[in-house]
Design a protein around this ligand. Structure first.
Ligand code: FPP
Length: 251
């Protein structure tokens, strides 16, 4: 066992680097409340949230997490005021521009889950470029969910399967259906984290979350840091994952 990290009395233990979750998914929630507490516009919360994302992704890479999936913009988030939607898109644009410039140094592989055809032409171009340049990196893979909804993903998969079934009669199994998801080929998330005190999935990874361990914290996303992630992982490491079996019979 290789332990890691500073002593954190609230963590209830130390991070065990030999038992890391392969795939962590995060609902980056609480940006608006973080800004409000400081008398700032909500958009300042999103900008701070983007910086937190940068920090958390770097930490995941450094400790050896293989996949990090984050919920940046849902299919329902379009109902927010137009200026807030624009601000989030602008932050994403700026982030990707910077990411492209520093990619050789950071070596983070980036993928996007969601229907990006609804985004601006500029953002779509940046997304395509980011995916193309980073495809050869093999450290952490970050999946950024933009215009993503779990139900929408399942419907899209069902439509794609129906077309293929007509052509070739492919059998429908959990494994074959998974291939139509944005997450095709990736392991399901082991740990889903939601900051900000809310305790729901909000249409995030509905298919993939079947056996994910859930972790909720009151910390607002812009205040989330390496130590908060350590606590979530330490909690995960104490769970008894049975995947529907009985204790001691599953890996
Ligand atoms: C939820 O908090 C947050 C969002 C809907 C947007 C998240 C977007 C970012 C963190 C920026 C995206 C860019 C990158 C590079 C990751 P909320 O606004 O619902 O917060 P509240 O519940 O406190 O109002």
């Amino acid at each position: 066992m290789k332990f890691f990290g500073r002593k954190d009395p609230q963590a209830g233990g130390q991070l065990d680097l030999s038992k890391l979750p392969r795939h962590i998914a995060i609902i980056m929630d609480g940006n608006g409340r973080w800004a409000k507490k400081r008398g700032l516009p909500r958009t300042a919360g999103h900008a701070a949230g983007a910086e937190t994302f940068r920090r958390v992704a770097t930490y995941c890479k450094n400790i050896g997490i293989e996949y990090l999936t984050v919920y940046a913009f849902s299919t329902e988030n379009w109902s927010r005021p137009a200026d807030e939607v624009k601000a989030i898109m602008d932050i994403l644009e700026k982030y990707l521009q910077e990411a492209i410039e520093t990619m050789e140094r950071d070596r983070v592989k980036m993928k996007f889950f969601g229907d990006v055809t609804f985004l601006s032409a500029k953002l779509q171009k940046l997304i395509a470029e980011t995916e193309k340049i980073s495809a050869r990196f093999d450290g952490v893979q970050v999946n950024m969910c933009v215009n993503y909804g779990g139900r929408d993903e399942i419907l899209r998969a069902a439509r794609a399967y129906a077309i293929e079934y007509k052509a070739s009669g492919t059998a429908l199994t959990e494994e074959s259906f998974s291939r139509y998801m944005f997450s095709s080929g990736l392991p399901d998330p082991d740990l889903i984290i939601r900051p900000s005190g809310e305790m729901r999935l909000s249409n995030f990874l509905l298919w993939q979350s079947a056996y994910a361990e859930l972790y909720f914290t009151e910390t607002l996303w812009p205040d989330f840091d390496e130590r908060t992630l350590d606590r979530a992982i330490i909690s995960f490491q104490k769970r008894d994952r049975r995947f529907g079996g009985v204790k001691g019979q599953v890996k």
